[in-house]
Design a protein. Structure first.
Lengths: 245, 303
C-alpha cells in the first residue's frame, strides 16, 4: 500500500450512472488485477474504495457507479483535479490458477476488475471467455473493450433487451473453462458459486473504514479463519467461502 | 528547540502523540508506511479474555465529519495476542506500548490485565470500561461509579504497571465516574471513548449498521471531548489522556490546554494513515506560532 497523488485526466459517463475516470500518477504499488484504490474526497470523511479497471505505469483507470453522495462528488470532478489515493490495496486475483481457459464473470460494477484481469490473462497466452452481466441494454458498458483484448465476450441482460437473456450463469453451459474469476453483487456471486464446476475466485464488497487493515470494519468469517475484505481479500477462493445468510 | 516530551504515570514519552486503540491494529500495517517509533506510544487493539469475531457487517457508517463503527471488539483473545501479536509488534515498535483491555465481567478484566501486565512490551494498561457488564444486567461498567471503581480496584490488585481507565462519554456525570476510578486506585484516566450514534439508510429504511448503533468518532466530536477532558482534569489529581476527534497539531495543543497530559488520535488514522506522523511534523511550528516552548508546561493551561 502507498499513498500517492493522482491527477484526473478523464472523467466521462459510459452510461447514465457509470463513469470512467483516468488518473495519472505513480501506479507502481498496484501489483495485479483485483486490487482497489481508496480515494479521499473533499467534504467526505471516509475514503471511497473503488476497484482498479486497468493500470499501466503512470496511469490508472477506474469505472464507478454513482450510488451516493461520494460517487456523485466524484462524477463532478473536472480534468486536472488532484486526488489523494491509497493504492495497491487488497490481495487481487491469483493468475497462476487460471489454467488454459479461464472464465470471467462480471456483473454491473463487478465488470471493471475483470478488464485488467482479462488483459493480463491474454498477455499470458490464455484463451479467455468473459461474461458481462447487466440488468438492461442501457446499462451495458465495456463490451467492445473486452473484445479488443481478444476475449470471447458474451453479454447478458436480465430483461433480454441486449445479448443473452438472463444472468451470467445462463451463458456458461458450453464453455470448457479450467478456472473462473468473478465479481458482482452478492446474489450473483451465490448463483455463480452454485453453477460452477471448477475452483474459482470471488471478489467481495463490504463497507470499509480504512481499506488497509487497521479498523476491522470489513471482517468476514471463512473456512480458513477470519479475514479482512480489504487486506486478506477482497478475493477469496471458492473453497474458503462461508456464506453468512 | 520545541520540547515535545511529557511524562505519563512515571514513564517518559518522547512526545504526547498516541494512536488510539482500534485504529492502529498492532502497529505493523502502519509500520509499512513509516517508522512508528516516532510516536510517543500507541494503544493496541482492544483485547479480551476470549477470542471475539465481533459484530456482523456492515460495521461502518459515514457521518458528517466523522464515522460510526460497531466492530464489536474483534480480537484473537489475550493468549494469542501475547503469543502472536506482541512478538510481531516488538519487531516494529521499540518503546513501551499501551495495552487496551476490555471485558464482560470484573474477573475478565482482572484476568486479561494480569496477563498483559507481565509482558515486557507493555508500559501501561488502558482499561476500556464501555463494555456491557454481563453479570450486572448489561449496563456498561462505565456508566456507574460503583462498577467503574470495582473494575479499577480488581485490576490494580493484580497488576504492577500504571492503569489508565478509559471512560465512556455516554453518561450523565463523567466527573463522578472519573473520581470513583481515582479513589479506587487508577493511575490515570483516558477519555473519551466514542459517542453512541446511528444512521438510517433512506433506501432500505433500516439502520446502516447491522448492530443498529455504534460509536461515533471523528472531528465532529472534538468539542465534546475537549469539554469532558477539561471537566475531568479539573476534578482529579491523576493524569488525563485526552482523545476524541483530534486531527491536527492545533487540536493537540488545545487538548493539552484543556488538561490532557498526552493525546490519542483515533479516526484520523483510518482516513489518513500518516495522520500521526503529520501531526508530529506540524507540532513544532504550531508551538512556535502560539509561543509554546515545552508541551509539558501547557498541560491544563486553560484552567
Amino acid at each position: 500500500m502507498k499513498q500517492e497523488f493522482f491527477t484526473v485526466a478523464e472523467n466521462t459517463y459510459l452510461t447514465e450512472t457509470v463513469c470512467r475516470m483516468r488518473l495519472q500518477g505513480d501506479t507502481a504499488a498496484i501489483t495485479g488485477p483485483g486490487q482497489f484504490v481508496n480515494i479521499r474526497l473533499d467534504g467526505h470523511f471516509l475514503r471511497r474504495p473503488i476497484s482498479v479497471c486497468d493500470a499501466v505505469p503512470g496511469e490508472l483507470t477506474i469505472l464507478y457507479k454513482i450510488v451516493g453522495k461520494g460517487t456523485a462528488t466524484m462524477a463532478e470532478l473536472p480534468v486536472g483535479t488532484m486526488l489523494d489515493l491509497l493504492v495497491g490495496l487488497g490481495n487481487g486475483y491469483d493468475l497462476s490458477k487460471a489454467g488454459e481457459h479461464p472464465l470471467l464473470l462480471g456483473g454491473g460494477v463487478g465488470v471493471p476488475p475483470m478488464y485488467m484481469l482479462a488483459k493480463k490473462l491474454r498477455e499470458a497466452g490464455k484463451t479467455v471467455t468473459a461474461v458481462l452481466g447487466f440488468n438492461t441494454a442501457e446499462e451495458v458498458f465495456y463490451e467492445q473493450e473486452f473484445r479488443a483484448l481478444g476475449v470471447e465476450t458474451r453479454v447478458t441482460t436480465v430483461d433480454g433487451s441486449y445479448g443473452i437473456r438472463g444472468f451470467v450463469t445462463d451463458a456458461i453451459a458450453d464453455v470448457p473453462y479450467t478456472h473462473f474469476y468473478t465479481c458482482g453483487p452478492e446474489p450473483m456471486l451465490k448463483a455463480v458459486y452454485a453453477a460452477t464446476k471448477t475452483s474459482g475466485q470471488f471478489s467481495f464488497e463490504e463497507r470499509m473504514g480504512c481499506g488497509f487493515g487497521a479498523c476491522m470494519g470489513c471482517s468476514c468469517k471463512t473456512i480458513t479463519g477470519n479475514k479482512r475484505i480489504c487486506k486478506e481479500g477482497p478475493v477469496l477462493m471458492k473453497e474458503e467461502i462461508l456464506w453468512q445468510n | 528547540m520545541a520540547e515535545l516530551n511529557v511524562e505519563l504515570c512515571g514513564i517518559g514519552l518522547d512526545n504526547p502523540i498516541i494512536p488510539a486503540s482500534g485504529t492502529f491494529g498492532y502497529g505493523y500495517e502502519f509500520a509499512e508506511l513509516y517508522d512508528i517509533n516516532c510516536l510517543g506510544t500507541f494503544s493496541f487493539k482492544g483485547t479480551t479474555k476470549e477470542p471475539r469475531f465481533g459484530n456482523p457487517t456492515p460495521r461502518i457508517a459515514e457521518c458528517t465529519s466523522g464515522m460510526i463503527n460497531a466492530v464489536g471488539l474483534q480480537n484473537p483473545g489475550v493468549d494469542k495476542v501475547i503469543a502472536e501479536e506482541l512478538p510481531k509488534l516488538r519487531n516494529v515498535f521499540h518503546k513501551p506500548v499501551m495495552a487496551n483491555v476490555s471485558g464482560f465481567s470484573v474477573e475478565d478484566y482482572a484476568y486479561t490485565c494480569e496477563k498483559l501486565d507481565a509482558c515486557p512490551e507493555v508500559g501501561w494498561l488502558e482499561v476500556n470500561i464501555s463494555c456491557p457488564n454481563v453479570h450486572g444486567g448489561g449496563m456498561s461498567f462505565g456508566t456507574s461509579p460503583e462498577a467503574a471503581a470495582e473494575v479499577t480496584a480488581a485490576v490494580k490488585k493484580v497488576t504492577t504497571k500504571p492503569v489508565l481507565i478509559k471512560l465512556s462519554p455516554n453518561v450523565t456525570d463523567i466527573v463522578s465516574i472519573a473520581r470513583a476510578c481515582e479513589q479506587a486506585g487508577a493511575d490515570g484516566i483516558s477519555l473519551i471513548n466514542t459517542l453512541l450514534g446511528m444512521r438510517i439508510d433512506l433506501r432500505t429504511r433500516k439502520p446502516v449498521i447491522a448492530n443498529r448503533m455504534g460509536g461515533f468518532s471523528g472531528p465532529a466530536i472534538f468539542p465534546v471531548a475537549l469539554r469532558m477532558v477539561y471537566e475531568v482534569s479539573s476534578a482529579v489529581q491523576i493524569p488525563v489522556v485526552g482523545m476524541g476527534g483530534v486531527t491536527s497539531a492545533e487540536d493537540v495543543v488545545e487538548m493539552m490546554l484543556a488538561g490532557a497530559t498526552a493525546v490519542e488520535v483515533g479516526a484520523a488514522n483510518l482516513v489518513d494513515p500518516y495522520a500521526c506522523r503529520n501531526i508530529l511534523r506540524d507540532l513544532p511550528e504550531v508551538m512556535e506560532k502560539y509561543g509554546v516552548h515545552a508541551l509539558k508546561e501547557i498541560i491544563g493551561g486553560a484552567h
